[in-house]
Design a protein around this ligand. Structure first.
Ligand code: ATP
Ligand code: MG
Length: 276
């Protein structure tokens, strides 16, 4: 089977007048159809820079080299305009802070409409129907009322649901979710993860799921890539990474999590009370 996205020797550099720094050091990975690649790594390890580099989301001063083959074409080297067309339609991106994805000055219906006008030929009425459908698909109550709201009138969890619904409604070949639950409270986080798992099962959409949280990665990923200082430290299935980490850095990440899980387990099972 052919990979949906095949990345080879991806390098991201930042150049300023005085110096040049390599942020991502020639990494390789691929995403297979219907599978989720989890990218794990501590803050600053280069997870976002790698994907932003591929998707043309880095500003001036960054140079991206290597290959990222998607639909038979190399995304690296494409113009900003070409990448903008691919983003949102064939590759859906869901970012950490949903607030920053919405323009505070426009109502939700106007913003969904704008995206639809850009990527489809739907009429005004069809766009409204589609918008209601998106909200319903993400199980948002009173969709017509919600569409009339401004972003600040909705919770982060609700906005993230709308982002996910919008991304999925374009029927993308690949979803890239970069820490989509980090800015959201724990209970909503759990609900959002359930949505992702449902989407993956139901639509068989290929995914890249970036997180520094081993628990989150474990719920959705088939394969895991561990990044450390712009390099791939480890890779394998979640169980391989968890049970038999090859790299010291992965061992450290897994060790920390195991300790937390152990403590939690002890607390829950403590005699004479719930212990939490
Ligand atoms: N604007 C910038 N200019 C130069 N270097 C940057 C810039 N932004 C980030 N970096 C460098 O790139 C490295 C990787 O950053 P990146 O945002 O990819 O980390 P990350 O793994 O996504 O972390 P997090 O979990 O916090 O999101 C950082 O350690 C930092 O040194
Ligand atoms: Mg990041």
């Amino acid at each position: 089977m052919e990979a949906v996205l095949k990345v080879k020797n991806l390098t991201v550099e930042h150049r300023s007048k005085k110096s040049s720094t390599t942020i991502v050091h020639g990494i390789d990975f691929e995403v297979m159809p219907g599978q989720c690649l989890g990218i794990l790594g501590e803050s600053g390890s280069g997870k976002s820079m790698s994907l932003k580099g591929i998707m043309g989301l880095l500003g001036q001063g960054f140079s991206v080299t290597g290959e990222a083959i998607f639909g038979g074409e190399n995304l690296i080297g494409k113009s900003r305009e070409q990448l903008r067309k691919i983003r949102g339609k064939r590759i859906g991106m869901i970012l950490q802070n949903p607030m920053t994805c919405f323009d505070p000055l426009y109502r939700i219906d106007e913003q969904l409409g704008e995206t639809y006008r850009e990527h489809t030929n739907l009429s005004k009425v069809e766009i409204l129907d589609k918008s209601v459908e998106i909200l319903e698909s993400m199980r948002i109550a009173n969709p017509k009322e919600v569409l009339k709201k401004y972003p600040h009138q909705l919770s982060g969890g609700m906005l993230q649901r709308i982002m996910i619904g919008l991304a999925m409604s374009m029927e993308p070949d690949l979803i890239i979710a970069d820490e989509p639950t980090t800015a959201i409270d724990a209970i909503t986080q759990y609900e959002i993860m359930k949505e992702f798992v449902r989407i993956k099962k139901h639509y068989k959409t290929s995914m890249i799921f970036i997180s520094h949280d081993l628990g989150v990665i474990s719920t959705i990923s088939d394969e895991v890539l561990v990044m450390n200082q712009g390099n791939v430290a480890d890779r394998g299935t979640f169980n391989q990474i968890y049970e038999n980490p090859q790299d010291d850095y992965t061992r450290l990440l897994v060790g920390k999590k195991k300790a937390v899980m152990e403590k939690y387990h002890q607390a829950v099972h403590k005699k004479g009370g719930i212990g939490l």
